[in-house]
Design a protein around this ligand. Structure first.
Ligand code: ARG
Length: 481
């Protein structure tokens, strides 16, 4: 422990066990590069504004960028309270105390950690946004190949109405696209320069936050120093967006788990994505999708963790905030792992067209379409609904499919029926007729696919606008000083 952050006023040395217990160093290892680059940008700004001598700024920048080029691997992360102290202690040894002692000018660890975490969260938000939109685009492409695959849509997990598999894929993609939109929002919340807030009220020195923001690729600068050091909303938003992606993948997973059972049997999983049983030789289990659903628990817990952490905190920095780390660090790998697993698995998920068709062939799922055919012939909906209900009852009692209905039987239930009205009992006809906006008809699906594609492409572009850490390092190195 170098004792950098201690003075005579602090008092004698802190009990070693308490330093170890209160240290964040193990978790901080995840953002050493962010810390080094943030410091390199800060040193450059201090030199350019004349707050510290240019030679000192150059040597600080050079030492920090050299450490960054080794991906921070050479920063000894032991014996210090956090990554910020570890870097300053190392610089003290390498460039000497006179130069190293100038780096923390107009800066506090409070705005430094706020910067590091935003840089980390922004980078991961961009990575998650790229992966989420890429999967969404792969799903709509798959939808295009499944327009002729019919199956039942479910409400209350009971067969409801006939749809196409393309429509189901678009439904999954719509939810995933909203999650991507939430991720883009979280990215925006991370995309503000926090450095320059100081401990809690700014600096009396002529710092240039605009310059630091430019070097680090931040389009905006936080507005209020006191708010900035206590703000973890960006972390909350990132975990929330992460949970949203996991929940979207979770719903799709539940459908696939169900549909691949021998009871539904609408979907078949290749052996390459199915797991076996250690005891039952016949088993072919959908473990990948169960795990995607299961892992969403951790992602949701991370949101709750951060909500509990910030609830009741006073304005300004509070050391409690150090406990943000696990939630922030663990959400991105959960999301990226699940997105990768689903992206790899999707090509090995096959819709069984014959079974899908069989699930709607008996005609009962077309009961609403039959009632709507009467409505088209001028019958009030409730009257049509009751007439069809009676026909369904007759068919169930007779043990026959609704499709076996004769015109004579239909006309006995309601005089409005004609031969053309009964044609909707063909599931393909029923699906083709649902051309209302958002419906399962083919023209509607084509519109949905086009809209999802353009939304996903626009969202992916938001991720591309974020500079990588390597690009940031180059920008700092190239700044004239
Ligand atoms: N390790 C701390 C954290 O991660 C850094 C900020 C500490 N600030 C302080 N004044 N003790 O939150």
């Amino acid at each position: 422990m170098s004792g950098i952050a201690r003075t005579q006023a602090t008092g004698g040395a802190m009990i070693e066990a308490l330093i170890t217990w209160s240290s964040s160093i193990d978790d901080d290892a995840a953002f050493v590069r962010e810390d080094l680059l943030g410091s390199a940008a800060h040193a450059t700004m201090l030199g350019k504004t004349g707050i510290i001598p240019v030679e000192a700024a150059r040597s600080l920048r050079g030492a920090l960028l050299a450490l960054d080029a080794s991906a921070g691997a050479t920063v000894p992360m032991t014996g210090e309270e956090d990554v910020h102290m570890a870097v300053e202690a190392l610089l003290t040894r390498t460039v000497g105390p006179d130069v190293a002692g100038r780096l923390h000018t107009a800066r506090s660890r409070n705005d430094q950690v706020a910067l590091d975490l935003r840089l980390f969260a922004r980078d991961r938000a961009a990575t998650m946004l790229r992966a989420t939109t890429a999967l969404g685009l792969a799903m709509v492409e798959r939808a295009e190949a499944e327009t002729a695959t019919l199956l039942a849509a479910y409400t209350h997990r009971q067969r409801a109405q006939p749809i196409s598999a393309a429509f189901l894929l678009c439904a999954w993609t719509a939810q995933l696209t909203r999650a991507a939109e939430t991720m883009a929002f979280a990215l925006g919340r991370c995309n503000e320069l926090a450095l320059g807030a100081g401990a809690c009220s700014g600096s009396s020195l002529p710092i240039d936050r605009t310059l630091t923001a430019r070097l680090l690729g931040f389009p905006r600068i936080t507005h209020n120093a006191l708010d900035t050091v206590g703000d973890r909303d960006f972390a909350l938003d990132l975990t929330w967006a992460s949970a949203r992606v996991m929940l979207a993948l979770g719903k799709m997973s539940t459908d696939l788990v169900d549909f691949s059972t021998s009871e539904f049997a609408i979907v078949r999983l290749d052996g390459s994505i199915a797991a076996g049983s250690s005891m039952m030789p016949q088993k072919k289990n959908p473990d990948v999708f169960e795990l995607v659903r299961g892992k969403s628990a951790h992602a949701v817990a991370n949101v709750t963790h951060l909500l509990m952490l910030v609830k009741g905190l006073a304005s300004g920095y509070n050391r409690d905030q150090q406990e943000d780390r696990r939630a922030l660090l663990s959400s991105p790998p959960l999301v990226l792992g699940a997105l990768d697993a689903v992206a790899r698995s999707l090509p090995h998920v096959h819709f069984d067209r014959a079974r899908g068709l069989a699930s709607v062939a008996d005609g009962f799922t077309q009961a609403t379409d039959l009632a709507e055919a009467l409505v088209q012939r001028g019958v009030p909906f409730r009257e049509a609904y009751k007439a069809v209900g009676a026909l369904v009852r007759q068919a169930v009692d007779a043990g026959t499919p609704l499709r076996a209905l004769t015109l004579e039987q239909a006309r006995a239930a309601h005089a409005g029926f004609d031969a053309e009205a009964l044609a909707v009992l063909d599931p393909a006809r029923a699906v083709a007729a649902k051309e209302s906006l958002g419906g399962t008809g083919p023209a509607s699906i084509a519109r949905q696919i086009a809209a999802l594609r353009s939304e996903l492409t626009a969202l992916a572009a938001r991720a591309e606008a974020v500079p990588s850490l390597d690009q940031i390092a180059r920008a700092i190195a190239q700044e004239t000083l």
